[in-house]
Design a protein around this ligand. Structure first.
Ligand code: SAH
Length: 388
């Protein structure tokens, strides 16, 4: 196995659980190619762990283990899947929820591997081609512990790798899943991410809890997860807004799947900023406004523009809340940490001339664990507040 000497200032980070070593922070790796395992050496060339090598990524090495008794390979993948499943079984109510994340990459110590479970089907996504040579062994480990109806490979983030079935049955066009008893149709092929934004599950449950008797506006609604939660929670009327026509149609179908009459609710294929402007012009306010945009800062260079966009968007949303009503604002950009997000919300409230009282602040749920020493992995912010 190839080796690399980890600079002294980084060895404690690796030992503490940081899963990445950047190419510009370690010496060039000799005698290894993308997908090979590399032994990490500390002071005195003592082994301190093993990593997966990616020759073309700024993240050159993803740490697989720092334990002496663990070695990369099929046996370790099985152990990781087993550990991850135990965590889910111990933290989620799998009697009412069959859509959840089985493997959350770095947080489950299989860095770069994401696996979501949808009613017996598994959808696998990779962050790096370095996992490709190990794909079959990963599938073996998943089959061994989960006995899924099928495993579908959704490809590699930012790479042209085609999606394809890996094992068992091909997923149907729509998989019917349950989330805290709520029914959702999932299209794992054409849907965004692996099909659903599972990271918002507990926040959708929170919305369900606070929606009774409210008129609700759900911006960036995708297939209507928050909208359904609100309607099932007793909202009098829910308007869902998303730029993607197919997502809005999906939301409509999901209302029917839950025996909610779509005709009693609004489904709008439009830009959320434009829709808010139209609401403002019509003086149309809501008892609850939900704002869950895509990441405005996918790269760090985009942060400045993203800050302005979040501030403007949330200010416009707050203006459309009746006095004393609720606003729920989310951000999924890892470049916007929680304290910055709260700072931006303060600016939004000031711009809207409203004061906010916070009811809940939330981050990722239990099936999206993150190592404490890996703040880069904490991307989700969700704030529920009263807008006075
Ligand atoms: N809240 C959703 C997930 C939202 S993902 C859930 O719980 O499932 C973000 C969504 O924003 C995507 O569906 C995308 O189509 C939509 N989107 C992106 N830009 C938009 C815009 N300018 N206006 C409205 N929707 C937009």
């Amino acid at each position: 196995m190839a080796t690399v000497v980890v600079p002294d200032r980084l060895t404690s980070h690796v030992a503490a659980g940081h899963p990445w070593l950047y190419a510009d922070a370690v010496p060039a790796v000799q005698g290894a190619g993308t997908g090979d395992f590399v032994t990490l050496l500390g002071q005195g060339r003592r082994p301190i762990g093993h990593a997966l090598y990616d020759a073309d990524s700024p993240i050159a090495l993803r740490v697989l283990t720092t334990r002496k008794d663990e070695h990369p390979g099929p046996f370790l993948w099985r152990l990781r899947v087993d550990q991850a499943l135990r965590l889910r079984r111990g933290t989620l109510d799998l009697r009412t929820t069959d859509a959840f994340r089985v493997l959350h990459g770095e947080g489950d110590r299989l860095p770069g591997v994401v696996v979501d479970h949808y009613a017996g089907f598994l959808v696998l996504k990779l962050d790096t081609p370095a996992w490709l040579p190990h794909l079959e062994h990963l599938a073996d480990a998943l089959e061994h512990h989960l006995a899924p109806r099928g495993i579908f490979f959704k490809g590699i983030s930012g790479e042209p790798e085609p999606a394809r079935p890996l094992r068992g049955h091909e997923p149907p066009e729509h998989i019917l899943v349950h989330e805290h008893g709520m029914r959702l149709q999932v299209d794992v092929r054409r849907g965004q991410k692996t099909g659903l934004f599972l990271d918002q599950r507990e926040n959708r449950a929170l919305v369900r809890q606070v929606s009774r008797g409210r008129r609700v506006l759900n911006l960036f609604s995708y297939t209507g997860g928050f909208s359904l939660a609100a309607a099932l929670g007793g909202a009098t009327q829910v308007t869902s807004v998303d730029l993607a026509k197919a997502a809005v149609e999906g939301a409509r179908l999901n209302f029917s799947a839950n025996e909610l009459d779509p005709a009693a609710h609004g489904f709008v294929a439009a830009d959320a900023f434009d829709h808010l402007a139209a609401c403002a012009a019509a003086r149309d306010q809501y008892d609850l406004v939900i704002v869950d945009p895509p990441s405005f800062a996918p790269r760090k260079q985009a942060l400045r523009a993203a800050e302005a966009a979040y501030t403007r968007l949330n200010a416009a949303a707050i203006r459309q809340v009746v006095p004393g009503g609720l606003v729920a604002c989310a951000s999924c950009s890892s470049h916007v940490p929680m304290d910055l997000f709260l700072q931006l919300l303060r600016e939004s409230a000031r711009a809207a001339r409203r004061s906010l009282r916070i009811l809940e602040i939330r981050q990722e749920p239990a099936d999206h664990p993150t190592p404490l020493h890996f703040p880069e992995g904490r991307y989700l912010k969700f704030v529920l507040a009263v807008a006075e």
